[in-house]
Ligand binder design. Structure first.
Ligand SMILES: Cc1ncc(COP(=O)(O)O)c(C=O)c1O
Length: 369
């Protein structure tokens, strides 16, 4: 008899279920402060809770294709209609659908590193090969630099998708708008990941205008961050209608639940609720940056996400040491493996005011003792 392992598609070998050990830890220890997964510290608004309860009572029914919320998203983004909008259970599922639509085994996906880890994992499951083009940075620089020319240089006949997050996670900064046009001009499917765009302002910073001109540009967004609904699992893609509807052939029927659709719509309509969350986040980012900048040897990076990356250069201290100390004080932070010749990296997700104060005190304590 043949081994069951012989039946798996070869590119699945060695791939594992994705487990977020830090999120698992946080659920197992609710007393710990969750300053690690770019969640929103504020719970859903009453309007969203109302929708959750209302559609929870109708959970015996299948959802429609999301007419109302897709219509709302099209309208908000100046696009013609629902065929320009595809829903997913978080934007993580959206990348999966896009990658499955374009990749055959051996095809390449370009990402700009350091970046969100899921692009690589979903590329691998689709049989693709990730090509990582590094941003540039050295100690003393104000920010990481996007390298669009290096992205263009990395293109080969096998390149089927290019992904850039704007702002990028974990670096927190934005690529120059002209660089998006340059990459769009290649005609290669180009995912612009705008998971955090609301913190800087959709009007001010979104590249969604490009989808009207370039069929290959797909903008992805999520309600997990500024809208604060990570557990609800609501992501979406915006693009040309023919492209979106072709990708939607990969969509698992009824992927997004009725509850997520209607609670998502309630969140999108709650303009004041979004503003409160964005204003809180941005004020805390500024406050934390100001406080941490006072500590010699610590470099906080400007961010308009709900996270902040830090590099440090203090003798005998490391980013891993900082994370360990924070955990001993009840805070889960996020690490970053050594890169750019530094082992001083750590990342904070903006928490409540009290949590951010705890973080600032812990950083001061660790690096100044
Ligand atoms: C850059 C980026 N994109 C997308 C996501 C995924 O969000 P979700 O799958 O919850 O929509 C994240 C989450 O941390 C992220 O950092």
């Amino acid at each position: 008899m043949r081994e069951i392992s012989d039946f798996f598609v070869p590119w699945l070998k060695g791939q594992k279920m994705y487990v977020s050990s830090h999120i698992d830890l946080a659920w197992q220890h609710p007393e710990l402060h969750r300053l690690m997964s770019n969640e929103n510290p504020n719970p859903p608004s009453d309007k969203v809770i109302e929708a959750i309860l209302k559609y929870g009572k109708m959970a015996n029914r299948y959802a429609d294709q999301g007419f109302a919320v897709r219509g709302k998203l099209a309208e908000m983004n100046g696009l013609p209609g629902i065929e320009n909008v595809m829903l997913g259970t978080g934007s993580s599922e959206i990348y999966d659908m896009i990658l499955r639509s374009f990749l055959q085994p051996g095809d390449e996906v370009i990402q700009h590193t350091p970046c969100f880890g899921i692009y690589k994992l979903r590329t691998a499951v689709a049989g693709g090969k990730i090509v990582s083009v590094p941003m540039t940075y050295k100690w003393g620089d104000d920010h990481f630099r996007f390298e669009p020319e290096a992205i263009l240089k990395a293109i080969t006949p096998k390149t089927k998708v290019i992904i850039v997050a704007n702002p990028n996670n974990p670096t927190g900064n934005f690529m120059d708008p002209a660089a998006f046009v340059k990459i769009a001009e290649t005609g290669i499917p180009f995912i612009v990941d705008e998971a955090y765009i609301e913190f800087a302002g959709v009007k001010e910073k979104s590249q969604v205008g490009l989808v009207k001109k370039y069929k290959n540009v797909i903008v992805t967004r999520t309600l997990s961050k500024a809208y604060g609904l990570a557990g609800l699992r609501f992501g979406y893609a915006l693009g040309d209608k023919d492209v979106i509807m072709q990708i939607a052939a990969t969509l698992i029927p009824w992927n997004q639940s009725t509850i997520a659709m209607w609670a998502g719509l309630a969140a999108l309509e709650d303009v004041a609720g979004l503003k409160t969350r964005v204003d809180f986040n941005n004020a805390e980012l500024d406050r934390i940056k100001k406080e941490v900048s006072k500590i010699p040897g610590i470099k906080p990076f400007d961010s308009r996400g709900n996270y902040m990356l830090f590099d440090s250069k203090v003798p005998g201290k490391t980013g891993a040491g900082m994370i360990e100390l924070a955990q001993s004080k009840g805070m889960i932070l996020r690490g970053q493996p050594p890169m750019y010749g530094s082992d001083g990296w750590f990342r904070l997700t903006i928490g409540t005011k009290d949590e951010n104060d705890m973080f600032i005190a812990a950083v001061k304590g660790y690096f100044t003792k």
